[in-house]
Write a protein that binds this ligand. Structure first.
Ligand code: NDP
Length: 383
């Protein structure tokens, strides 16, 4: 091999500087300069979904409206309220300039600044306002529980189909990072095979506080503690077990003679049985002080979430042979904006939302079965 051949091989292997590199310091440095857009680079949709908020109550104002402010895919354009003073005050605070009341609500049909409607009314009003919004051609995110009756839930789903619009139920926990991490660990087998789920959810209802007052009236609430708060543990059980249950048993645990509970149950203890042999059980109450607790019992360990469904404070503990481990893998408060962003994306692309109307209907059917079993003092109800 000549010296020239050897030099060529070394240059190809990068062992020697390429010709001209030695003089690069003296060459002109290229300047950055703008270029035309070439072809269709499939840039993601950047428009924000525009929302009307229906019902400016405790939860909407305290949690969801700040969630809209923190979201990246949504903006609030309209408030719908029976209290114009409150609506205008909040409008001034949040830059919202369009206002409707419950009578003028159908006029949102002609308002091109509204894509989506978020419904945060007492439960018995969910179906009416969801259907009116869908008929007006808007997508609807409706608070949990979906509606008072199975027939109302079915009518909401039918209205969404007829309008070719998305209907979602606001199960915020599906967008909460700690709960998601717990389910991810369960699915990854970190506690072996799931053998049992338990979940308790409740608070002490105050009959003189307006947001609790309607919760104790069947005509506005649809049901009792199981509708309002027990639904979290029920929904979580179904998320974790990931099977459709075959039967339900339940008993009421309403304190005898408690004057708060003439129309709805104060408490209920329930159990679902699944085809694989697993069971899930829980309690729901308006009579014990605030509890939100879930535990997944696996063959090799267990995962506990306590509290499991707070707005800002959710705690996960994993217990295995080597001892307990406490984890906070995310900021629970982001669940509101994450949910709003996810529904905004579903609406803008007209694709189904993760927590759909069908999920809301499934849960109302199961709660009705829980009530049927409890009415029969624990008789088994097939579902
Ligand atoms: P509030 O009583 O605080 O708010 C309800 C609002 O609905 C009222 O402020 C009022 O708004 C409007 N409204 C219209 N008609 C009536 C009526 N006849 N009686 C009472 N209010 C009426 O309740 P919440 O904010 O606690 O609950 C609202 C919804 O949000 C419910 O569906 C509930 O289940 C759900 N929720 C969800 C939570 C979650 O974590 N996902 C947590 C808490 C509640 P206006 O004055 O503007 O007309």
């Amino acid at each position: 091999m000549t010296d020239i051949d050897r030099r060529g091989l070394l240059m190809a292997a990068g062992a020697l500087p390429l010709a001209g590199m030695a003089t690069a310091a003296t060459a002109a440095t290229p300047a950055a300069q703008g270029q035309p857009l070439i072809g269709d680079p499939h840039l993601p949709e950047v428009r924000k979904a525009r929302w009307a908020i229906v019902g400016l109550g405790t939860f909407a104002v305290g949690e969801m409206i700040p969630g809209f402010v923190a979201s990246s895919r949504a903006e609030m354009t309209a408030f719908v309220s029976g209290n114009p003073q409150k609506a205008h005050d909040l409008g001034a605070r949040y830059g919202v300039t369009r206002f409707y009341d419950y009578q003028s609500f159908d006029r949102i049909k002609d308002d091109p600044t509204i894509d989506c409607v978020y419904i945060a009314l007492p439960v018995a009003l969910h179906a009416e306002y969801a259907i009116r919004a869908l008929k007006a051609g808007k997508h609807v995110l409706c608070e949990k529980p979906m509606a008072s009756t199975v027939a109302e839930c079915e009518a909401m789903i039918a209205a969404a189909k007829a309008a070719n619009r998305q209907l979602g139920i606001a199960y915020r926990i599906h967008f909460e990072p700690v709960n998601n991490d717990a389910v991810r660990r369960l699915r990854a087998g970190e506690i072996g095979k799931l053998r049992y789920f338990s979940g308790d959810a409740g608070f002490s209802a105050n009959p003189s506080w307006p947001p609790h007052k309607w919760r104790l009236q069947k005509a506005l609430a649809g049901g009792g503690s199981m509708y309002d708060i027990g639904i979290y543990a029920l929904n979580a059980a179904l998320w974790c077990v990931d099977e459709a249950p075959v039967s339900v048993t339940a008993v009421y645990s309403t304190p005898a003679g408690d004057p708060r509970f003439t129309e709805v149950e104060g408490g209920v203890e329930w159990r679902l049985r699944f085809p694989s042999g697993i069971s899930a059980a829980g309690s729901s109450s308006y009579c014990y002080s605030f509890v939100s607790h879930q535990r997944m019992f696996g063959s090799d360990g267990n995962i506990a979430l306590e509290p499991a469904m707070d707005y800002t404070n959710i705690n996960m503990t994993i217990q295995r042979d080597q001892g307990p481990m406490t984890i906070r893998p995310g900021v629970p408060g982001t669940q509101f904006s994450a949910q709003i962003d996810a529904f905004s994306q579903a609406a803008l692309t007209n694709t189904p939302h993760l927590t759909s109307g069908e999920m809301g209907l499934r849960d109302i059917k199961l709660i009705q079965a829980i009530y049927a079993s409890a009415d029969g003092d624990g008789q088994m109800v097939k579902v």
